[in-house]
Design a binder for this molecule. Structure first.
Ligand code: HEM
Length: 142
């Protein structure tokens, strides 16, 4: 009887170990809103120091960009935010963004994420979610 009880306990223990951990959102894995704000600040710094990117942003409001960018990253990483900015097509229309500029922007974002300590694995998870937006941003003319 004691043996059976011990076996049952072991089985229960093992099944508890084998059961999958609850899935964490990318938002949680990134470190929540505070970390997304750090990414946005570092990204804005990168843009400010970049001669190819800054001209696109020189007439934009930094405060608005930061607010909407944070909401956007929060939303696409399944965080508890509602994106209240404009669509990617509307925002980037007629800016003349080509593939080189797009890739350059992604590099600046990667540098920003590295600066604030986002792991390469999480960087890739976020970039994978941004990649499909490329078609709404490059060569959009209205
Ligand atoms: C996946 C790539 C990108 C994402 C997710 C993204 C996201 C955003 C977001 C969320 C906003 C704020 C929208 C709003 O204010 O309603 C924004 C604004 C802006 N983006 Fe992007 N963007 C991307 C690529 C680019 C590229 C390649 C450029 C060109 C260098 C660019 C230039 C701008 C500019 C200049 C603004 C400010 C527009 C304004 O002041 O009205 N973005 N972007």
């Amino acid at each position: 009887m004691k043996l059976i009880a011990t076996l049952l306990c072991s089985l229960l223990f093992l099944s508890a170990c084998a059961s999958p951990r609850p899935l964490q959102t990318l938002y949680v894995k990134l470190g929540g809103l505070g970390m997304i704000e750090n990414i946005a600040d570092a990204f804005i710094n990168q843009i400010g120091e970049n001669d190819q990117l800054y001209p696109f942003f020189e007439n934009s409001s930094v405060d608005r960009f930061k607010e909407k960018f944070v909401e956007h990253i929060c939303m696409i990483s399944n965080g508890p935010c509602e994106y209240t900015g404009d669509s990617m097509q509307d925002v980037h229309a007629n800016m003349g963004i080509n593939e080189a500029i797009f890739n350059h922007t992604v590099e600046a974002l990667i540098d920003a994420m590295s600066t604030v300590g986002v792991s390469h694995r999480l960087q890739n998870e976020l970039l994978k979610r941004l990649a499909p937006m490329r078609k709404d941003i490059i060569y959009v003319a209205r």
